[in-house]
Design a protein around this ligand. Structure first.
Ligand SMILES: Nc1nc2c(ncn2[C@@H]2O[C@H](COP(=O)(O)OP(=O)(O)OP(=O)(O)O)[C@@H](O)[C@H]2O)c(=O)[nH]1
Length: 395
């Protein structure tokens, strides 16, 4: 059963802070059969850095979101004293590395190779403990983002105002406003107005951390506009209120339609995935096979007592579509199911294009111009596949 992170899909390595610049190579990692044919090397994967002061909650976030650790267990996590690299390969879309940094990391240490660390980085998540005095954290944030920006202007900066579970709603808002203001003022004062920081209120004790991480990961998926477009077409032709495309293992949503996300809907959909997986694990597994609980037969329908329906369908081995719709609109289930099949086919095409692209990239690693061309080709073809499939769904 594959809901636990597959050991083969994961390559964890710890590096002493003092020695990390000397040895940053990756070992090969196995890719599941459904993934890209050419495995992405560590260098090709987008990298997310987790930084912040000691005990701000970095390791807890990584363990809870990607390793199914229960929030209470994080109380026993030991302080990180080396960089921990973690390959996340749950689905073909969600492939990246997370580097968890020790809180005490010193950018002025001569062994800190900022070019290498920030150079290949897609997003930098800076965690601030909102239950603590955050002035020191703001100084470190400023130092970190300016240092990173000098090396790589393409990095997305995400600030998690973390541990907000202990704060009242008013205090949460006030803290966010204050941190936002001070962080941006500091940047403006030192002439870095062009640096954009995104802020998220997070806690490992509710779904906010999954929601925030979903947004971080989405920004690293080049196919996001195509996926969003497909979801928009699906919901408008099926009278669905809201649809999420979930990575089942981590419960982060890799795309949703363009209507606003409300936290309650997201939580409902997360809970539905838990229910489906739990019931499948208890009743759906055969003793004689090693089959996964989530497979091509997986689907579920839950009717809530407020006239709302939650509908889950398997998209591929890693992804599920979870929709929220009104009960009245479910009487033509055949249309919804037909549209879903068109949607699944379209997603498949996006995957295939992406896989072809990765093979090209692997073949041309030494020819940067070729890599660029293949990436552009993928973007164009993705758009075409979305157009093609919009016709299929409407017909
Ligand atoms: N209340 C609350 N506590 C949290 C939350 N996230 C983490 N913690 C607690 O914060 C403490 C520190 O968490 P860690 O994940 O070890 O922090 P870290 O940033 O990795 O620390 P270093 O490894 O020292 O850099 C632990 O006791 C966690 O249980 C949260 O969302 N809310």
């Amino acid at each position: 059963m594959s809901y636990e992170q597959d050991e083969d899909d994961q390559y964890n390595a710890g590096y002493d802070v003092g020695s990390f610049p000397k040895d940053f190579g990756y070992g090969p990692f196995d890719q599941d059969g459904d993934g890209p044919p050419g495995p992405l090397t560590g260098e090709q994967k987008p990298r997310i850095l987790l930084m912040g002061l000691r005990r701000s909650g970095k390791s807890s976030i990584q363990k809870v979101v990607f390793h199914k650790m229960s929030p209470n267990e994080t109380l026993f996590l030991e302080s990180t004293n080396k960089i921990i690299k973690d390959d996340i390969s749950n689905s073909s879309f969600v492939q990246f590395q997370i580097w968890d940094f020790p809180g005490q990391i010193d950018f002025f240490d001569p062994t800190f190779d900022s070019d290498m660390i920030f150079g290949g980085c897609g997003a930098l998540v800076f965690v601030i403990d909102a239950q603590d005095d955050y002035m020191e954290a703001l100084n470190k944030l400023h130092l970190t983002v300016t240092k990173a920006f000098k090396v790589n202007q393409g990095i997305r900066f995400e600030v998690f105002i973390h541990k907000v579970d202990g704060l009242s709603d008013d205090y949460k808002m006030e803290t966010q406003r204050d941190i936002h203001q001070r962080a941006n003022d500091d940047l403006a004062d030192s002439g870095y107005d062009q640096i954009h920081l995104s802020f998220h209120l997070t806690s490992i004790y509710d779904h906010s951390i999954f929601e925030a991480f979903s947004k971080v990961v989405q920004k690293l998926i080049p196919q996001l506009p195509t996926l969003e477009n497909l979801l928009n077409i699906l919901i408008s032709n099926s009278a669905i209120e809201k649809a999420f495309l979930f990575d089942v293992v981590s419960k982060i949503y890799i795309a949703t339609d363009s209507s606003p996300v409300d936290m309650q809907s997201y939580e409902l959909c997360c809970d539905m995935i838990d229910v489906v997986i739990d019931v499948s694990c208890i009743y759906g597994l055969r003793e004689d096979t090693e089959a996964a609980a989530f497979d091509s037969q997986s689907s579920s329908l839950i009717k809530l007592n407020n006239g709302t329906i939650l509908y889950l369908r398997e998209v591929n081995k890693f992804l599920a579509l979870v929709c929220i719709l009104r009960e009245d609109n479910f009487d033509r289930q055949g249309i919804i199911d037909y549209n879903f099949l068109c949607f699944r086919e379209a997603i498949q095409q996006v995957f295939e294009l992406r896989n072809k692209n990765q093979v090209l990239v692997a073949l041309n690693t030494n020819h940067h111009s070729n890599i660029l061309n293949s990436h552009n080709a993928t973007v164009n073809s993705d758009t075409q596949s979305a157009t093609l499939n919009s016709t299929a769904i409407q017909s």
